[in-house]
Design a protein around this ligand. Sequence first.
Ligand code: PLP
Length: 397
Amino acid sequence: MKKQPDVRGYFGDFGGRFVPETLMASLVELEDLWKRTAKDRGFQSRFKELLQRYVGRPTPLYPARRLAALLGGAQIWLKREDLCHTGSHKLNNALGQALLTREMEKHRVIAETGAGQHGVAVATAASLLGLDCRIYMGAEDMRRQESNVRRMRWLGAEVVAVEAGSRTLKDAINEALRDWVTNIHTTHYILGSVLGPHPFPVMVRDFQAVIGVEAFAQFRESTRSLPDAVVACVGGGSNAAGIFSAFVPFDQVRLIGVEAGGRGSGPGQHAARFSDDGRPGVLHGTLTQVLQDVDGQVLGTHSVSAGMDYPAIGPEHAQWEQAGRVSYVKVGDREAIEAFRLLTRLEGIIPALESSHAVAYAVQIAPAMPLKASILINLSGRGDKDMDEVARLEEGA
Ligand SMILES: *Cc1c(COP(=O)(O)O)cnc(C)c1O
């Protein structure tokens, strides 16, 4: 595949920059700065030191032997992003962009959050680097994720309830974009996934690429080979893009992105952008695969995991899908919860419900694979945040 994205920020047919004129200059400034810092030794060593001493990198690569033995097929390896500070891969990106904010001499960051994981990561990075912080969150999400709202406030962030639309993530992004347009000279918008206008999709991927770089080297060292398959869950697509990016050049490695199958295949029941309800369209500044009805109205979504409950997917994933380099599959709420229980009971690791989707797909394909084959799962986060949700489902509420 050619070097991606091109100068206009397109991954093949997808990506670009669909924003109001007032944001254009800032996006260009951000792109220039990001390119400069990518080559700046001082910046990179500051970032690397924080990843090591603060986030806890490198995260381990762990052989899930009891799970593999039960399934009786391929060996299973977990990349332990659940062991990152704040409980998921999200801090890699939040910290990278917070450092960029300081380089721009801006003193304020804003972000959107759905489940609150990205909000907590941004509030954490802002507290560490002494930046003012405001987090936009749908009022409905605030009700569902009370403890994360409390964490953000304790960390010093202002959390603003968004009452518009469905009062969830999509509406919070609209509100954050509005704030950014108004306060562009003082404020950086820390977008949480490989979404939005160029350069966000490539910049966020590069901040998360540390996952793939580490996993590639760790896997080589442990097995002297490459995995047969790499499996990751796909919300916006940042943890998947982070781990896939190291393996994309190696055609013998199957790459599999797992979308939320939710409750079923009807419109509004899932967040599977590569299903029949998905078509190319523009959402939040980028041209990509979007769940929409025949009139182009963005469809509602459902997933048991809030981090995967979003109607669009990163533009690079749309290109990987079109090129056939990554296969996208879906796993429903029920199978994800079964995998959540299985990993917890067999390995003593409580995975995030998002990550449980990736585990569930590996559980499906491992038995038919030979013993000498191996599957690498990106375990994007830990499940503490999901305890209430799973308990609620257990009680059949
Ligand atoms: C937010 C989140 C995701 C989904 O986001 P991506 O950008 O697709 O990675 C997945 N897993 C966890 C644990 C998350 O917190």
